[in-house]
Design a protein around this ligand. Structure first.
Ligand code: PEP
Ligand code: MG
Length: 579
């Protein structure tokens, strides 16, 4: 009899193969007292473990195949950096000395402190960075407990063709498993934006996460089928099901191969509407995959990474180097730099000195924080302006809700420009300024903003969250997170129309822009600029190039009046299935 389980599909593709169950849970941690005369020995033990962990990760880094995307190494580097950071070295050592406790316990306490800070963070990408803390601390715990630390030790020999079923996997595990040729993996924990799942997507490994107790229901060696697109796992499939999945696997492979031919084609609908496809970037390393995707520029460059894992904000010169490098490497294509979107609870010192906001999503974040901390903001604006002397840069302001916020920012920008003039420093005097439309108030008043800015960028991730009052990463309410809700679609339509009315470009840089299910609908609504993760770009391009807008059903825009989500899904299906 076959068994079907449902998790969250996070890395597309179908994998078929025997299960390889990994029984490696988080190591248990107990506190015990260290006599005063042995305290320094305990600190040394911690230092030795840290050194060993670094060595292990450096060895794994060497095993990354030369043709792997750059973010693969970047994720290992993140863990290496954490192992150097005082929060995981000096602070636990100080705890051992102060409390007279064992190294494992000091690490555990420090882990709990760091995780509680991350738990309060509103941004889902930053919030899931607590996984990295867990991965690094688990590695240290295993070394301290003399347990096996690497997949190669736990599962020696080839895992070729197997589907790993585990509690959790680290980015380092993923690299090693890729080397061993696994077909896919299923983990009981994890989320869409964890580094392990991002890596799985980069490496093209089909993966399902968030499938609790998977190891309870599946036996070692049992034949599995996993669908990383919709999150379905089937154990002990019948011949009929297996054959059906084999066909789908073939179709999927053909589809991926077919996409490559779109790389060199212009992006244009069948009836001749030219569309601009841009990429979203989070880290300087993303530039490689952006180049490979054929994007016409960067529609959203998130700058939060510059402020993470450090005590002080980055200096103007440091930022200038980063922005200059990115714009130079885009060789004339525009780079839209978004000013920092840090939350109320995520200050530059990692939250240590901040007051925890009760409702961080509605608190002092993004532009509000920028205007509240003008010195930090001015340093970023100056760095962006100076970098604009080296290529086409646009400035994007996050979380704008009122015209006052915009005019205050414009005053600061003018101040920066005149300072640079006085200092004889060059910049683009015509630099474009745009705002994110991610708060309903901004969408409703989009035409007022459109009169004053050079472009609009719709951030659907937050726009949906704020419109429907649904925390975008709360599992309990995510069934309500609905891009097709008429309120959301109408706000998007208002924003697109406002841009047209004032003759300024409107782009979309939230996840909806990179989801091929919505491409046709957004085209029909008049969207002409899409910015997305580079991995999604060719698929969206294929849909655009195959769409004839004159052939879409007459009922396409009825979806904006459809309060029933089932009916809305049906309409979307009709739109997507039309010729
Ligand atoms: C958005 O809200 O859609 C967006 C692109 O911004 P972020 O995901 O960084 O909040
Ligand atoms: Mg946002």
């Amino acid at each position: 009899m076959s068994l079907e389980l449902q998790g969250m599909g996070v890395s597309r593709g179908i994998a078929m193969g025997p299960a390889h169950i990994l029984f490696r849970d988080k190591p248990d941690t107990l506190e015990y007292c260290i006599p005063p005369e042995h305290i320094e020995k305990e600190v040394k033990r911690l230092k030795k473990a840290t050194k060993q962990a670094r060595k292990q990760l450096k060895d794994i880094r060497k095993k990354i195949p030369g043709d792997a995307p750059t973010d693969v190494a970047a994720f290992i580097d993140t863990h290496l950096l954490m192992l150097k950071d005082s929060t995981l070295t000096k602070i636990p050592a100080a705890m051992i000395r102060k409390r007279g406790c064992n190294a494992e316990w000091a690490l555990q306490l420090q882990r709990d402190t760091l995780v509680s800070i991350f738990d309060e963070i509103d941004d889902p990408y930053l919030r899931t960075r607590k996984d990295d803390i867990d991965h690094v601390i688990n590695r240290l715990h295993r070394i301290l407990g003399d347990e096996e630390t690497s997949i190669d030790e736990v599962l020696p020999g080839s895992l070729a063709g197997t589907i790993i079923v585990a509690d959790d996997l680290t980015p380092a595990d993923t690299v090693l498993m890729q080397n061993q040729g696994i077909a896919g993996f299923v983990i009981e924990h994890g989320g869409v934006t964890s580094h392990t799942t991002i890596l799985a997507r980069s490496l093209g490994i089909p993966a399902i996460v968030s499938l609790p107790s998977a190891r309870r229901y599946i036996q070692d060696n049992e034949p599995l089928i996993i669908d990383g697109t919709n999150g379905t796992l089937i154990a002990g499939a019948t011949l009929e099901i297996t054959n059906a999945y084999k066909k789908r696997l073939l179709l999927f492979r053909n589809h991926i191969n077919a996409l490559n031919r779109y790389k060199s084609e212009p992006t244009q609908t069948q009836d001749g509407r030219a569309i601009t496809l841009l990429a979203n970037a989070e880290l300087p390393e993303d530039i490689i995959s952006i180049g490979e995707s054929g994007a016409m520029g960067i529609g959203l460059y998130r700058t939060e990474f510059l402020y993470m894992n450090r005590n002080d904000p980055p200096e103007e010169e440091e930022q200038l180097t980063v922005y200059r490098n990115i714009v130079e490497s885009m060789q004339g294509n525009p780079v839209t730099i978004r000013t920092f979107d840090l939350g109320a609870d995520k200050t530059v010192d990692g939250g240590r000195s901040s007051i925890m906001a009760i409702n961080p999503a509605l608190g002092l974040r993004a532009i509000r924080l920028s205007l509240n901390q003008p010195t930090m903001f001015i340093s970023q604006l100056r760095a962006i302006l100076r970098a604009s002397a080296y290529g086409k840069i646009k400035i994007l302001l996050p979380m704008i809700s009122s015209l006052q916020e915009l005019s205050q920012t414009l005053i600061l920008l003018e101040h920066c420009k005149s300072e640079l003039d006085d200092e004889g420093l060059d910049y683009d005097r015509e630099i474009d300024i745009g705002i994110m439309i991610e708060i309903p108030a901004a969408a409703i008043c989009a035409e007022m903003f459109a009169e004053k800015v050079d472009f609009l960028s719709i951030g659907t991730n937050d726009l949906i969250q704020y419109t429907l009052a649904v925390d975008r990463i709360d599992d309990h309410v995510n069934y309500l997170y609905d891009p097709l809700h008429p309120a959301v679609l109408r706000l998007i339509q208002m924003s697109i129309d406002a841009g047209k009315q004032h003759n300024i470009p409107v782009s979309m840089c939230g996840e909806m822009a990179g989801d091929p299910r919505y491409t046709r609908l957004l085209l029909a609504m008049g969207l002409e600029h899409f910015s997305m993760h580079p991995n999604a770009l060719l698929e969206v391009k294929q849909i655009i190039n195959e769409t004839d807008l004159t052939q879409l059903p007459d009922t396409t825009l009825d979806i904006l009046n459809q309060p029933d989500s089932y009916q809305a899904e049906q309409l979307l299906l009709e739109i997507n299935q039309s010729p």
